[in-house]
Ligand binder design. Structure first.
Ligand SMILES: *[C@@H]1O[C@H](CO)[C@@H](O)[C@H](O)[C@H]1NC(C)=O
Length: 208
């Protein structure tokens, strides 16, 4: 694993919700999305074990890349948030992943993507929805149609809003398209002080 070894910090954020392909209730993949154009998301990472996709990731800084891939146009970091504020409700974002394309189906062969809108956090937190499990450092997301959703294998991937990584997909429900259990991402902006610290302290990938 050359390039993907760079992404410790990206792996830590989703670890808060901890979802990988093939595990429990809270994992995520893309159902009802579209195939991404080749090289349109050069920051995407597929974290693999024994050649099998486990979850997504995102490259946010080139410094930990192997020298050979550093200059590649097909491998580029995604910009980090500017401030510390979580993206507001209503923001239009997108997500990409190699997760399952149908409930109980197979992993995607090619990268797929989906548009998402940020939901009002208080609504998402009420008793009909996530019932108190959404913290102010999370983003609830909604796809344009009821039969679209990220699902198992998509967690860890970046929620991209205005060309920056606003969130890292964390969890959803076992039934990925359950409208009352919308996908939830960890917001990146509040973690910027920690991310900056990690980036400045390490010249090479920290050992996990
Ligand atoms: C959701 O509800 C819980 C429990 O009442 C609360 O601790 C949390 O801060 C709420 N989240 C938001 C985004 O308001």
């Amino acid at each position: 694993m050359e390039a993907p070894s760079s992404l410790l910090l990206l792996l830590l954020l989703p670890a808060l919700g901890s979802l990988r392909a093939g595990g429990n209730a809270s994992e995520t993949r893309i159902i009802g999305g579209r195939e991404a154009a080749p090289h349109s998301r050069p920051y995407m990472v597929s974290l693999q074990q024994a050649g099998t996709h486990l979850c997504g990731g995102v490259l946010v800084h080139p410094k930990w890349l192997d020298g050979k891939v550093r200059r590649s146009k097909t491998i580029q970091p995604l910009a980090l948030p500017r401030g510390r504020h979580v993206v507001a409700a209503g923001a239009q974002c997108s997500l990409a992943g190699w997760g399952l394309t149908q409930q109980g189906g197979h992993l995607a062969r090619a990268l797929r993507e989906l548009d998402l809108r940020v939901l009002d956090a208080r609504m998402c937190n009420n008793s009909r929805f996530w019932d108190g499990n959404v913290t102010p450092w999370m983003l609830c997301l909604q796809a344009p149609a009821k039969d679209q959703a990220p699902c198992k294998g998509d967690s860890g991937g970046p929620v991209v809003c205005k060309g920056r990584v606003a969130g890292i997909l964390s969890f959803s429900s076992k039934a990925c398209t359950d409208v009352f259990k919308p996908p939830v991402a960890t917001a990146v902006a509040p973690y910027m002080p920690w991310i900056r610290k990690v980036l400045s302290r390490h010249r090479s990938p920290p050992q996990a």
